[in-house]
Design a protein around this ligand. Structure first.
Ligand SMILES: Cc1cc2nc3c(=O)[nH]c(=O)nc-3n(C[C@H](O)[C@H](O)[C@H](O)COP(=O)(O)OP(=O)(O)OC[C@H]3O[C@@H](n4cnc5c(N)ncnc54)[C@H](O)[C@@H]3O)c2cc1C
Length: 291
């Protein structure tokens, strides 16, 4: 049996440990992951508090202003928006479809001597690339057959097909190199994702799948900018009774007999919770907050 509780106002004493607040669940970080988790828990009747170190919610999915211009910090668009896919399922489960208005978005990749538009037709990209690089037509056709097969095999997971087994540890660069040689063609095939990692660091399976899902589901952008997404999650979290605090960095996850029982903020506030959810990166959670 755990140590008895003494409560004085919001303050809680457990054994000889003093806590300033008590919640069912504390969520460290108001990224899209933390906000989604917190909103689900609050909707299901849990007393939840989210603590975010930044002044705004969203993590990689935030916007900021400089000299009168508004910039999106990371996320550019959502595949599927609220039409299809995982994000649509989250919006529906939280009954928040009306909170965000999406517009379908198209992209144009512009190089000095050529450009390539995005399309909702899955066949468009390989066909257009074959027109632009006729000397690579056969390799392009074979590359996209493999990409299509990877996409189909992913649906059969956890059964690992020979194709997925072949590429599971490989980069997208290695996949592409098996089929095509033209450097400019390779740059076009991977142009969308250079902003994250060079293609030798991108997973072959992940990016092959994205080449299919993005045209199938389309790109969507929220009206008002990317910040509209986390702002909507915060409204919904509060509607379900959840709390959120900004500019509050969590320094430590408090453990008792190997179990997380709360957190301590940089300012020294201690919050007791039945469960602690960390939306911070795994390395930060295990080496800084626990270690
Ligand atoms: C440049 C870039 C572009 C991208 N473009 C797209 C895109 O177009 N479409 C798409 O779908 N995805 C895109 N992604 C991926 C997407 O941004 C991420 O998958 C997603 O935002 C991750 O959300 P998260 O909640 O897991 O983590 P994060 O967004 O990292 O959120 C973690 C949160 O925890 C907070 N935190 C961490 N430590 C503490 C602490 N100790 N105390 C308090 N708070 C803490 C952080 O401040 C942050 O707010 C992009 C990513 C990047 C980097």
């Amino acid at each position: 049996m755990g140590a008895p509780f003494l409560r004085r106002g919001a303050e809680v004493t457990k054994g000889n440990k003093r806590f300033d607040e008590e919640y069912d669940i504390v969520v460290i970080g108001a990224g899209i992951g933390g906000l989604t988790c917190a909103a689900y828990l609050a909707k299901n009747g849990k007393k939840v508090k989210v603590l975010e170190q930044h002044y705004a919610p969203g993590g990689c999915c935030t916007s900021f202003s400089r000299k009168g211009f508004r910039f999106d910090a990371g996320v550019l668009h959502l595949t599927g928006g609220k039409e299809s896919g995982a994000f649509q399922r989250v919006l529906s489960a939280l009954e928040m479809e009306g909170e965000i208005e999406f517009k379908e978005q198209f992209q144009r990749i512009v190089f000095p001597d050529l450009s390539l538009d995005s399309s909702r037709d899955v066949e468009y990209l390989p066909e257009r690339l074959k027109e632009m690089f006729p000397h690579e037509a056969e390799g392009i056709a074979r590359l996209f057959v493999t990409i299509g097969s990877i996409y189909e095999d992913i649906k059969k997971l956890p059964t690992l097909s020979p194709l997925l087994a072949e590429y599971k540890e490989k980069s997208f660069q290695e996949l592409v190199d098996n089929y095509i040689g033209d450097t400019k063609l390779k740059a076009l095939v991977t142009a969308n994702w250079h902003l994250w990692h060079p293609m030798w660091r991108n997973s072959a399976i992940d990016y092959a799948a994205m080449l299919i899902t993005e045209p199938l589901r389309g790109y969507y952008y929220p009206m008002g900018g990317i910040q509209a997404i986390p702002d909507a999650f915060v409204r919904v979290l509060k509607r379900y009774g959840g709390d959120i605090e900004f500019k509050t960095s969590v320094d430590k996850i408090i453990l008792e007999e190997g179990k997380a029982v709360g957190i301590e903020t940089r300012g020294g506030k201690r919050i007791w919770a039945e469960q602690v959810v960390s939306n911070a990166a795994a390395r930060c959670t295990f080496f800084n907050l626990i270690g």
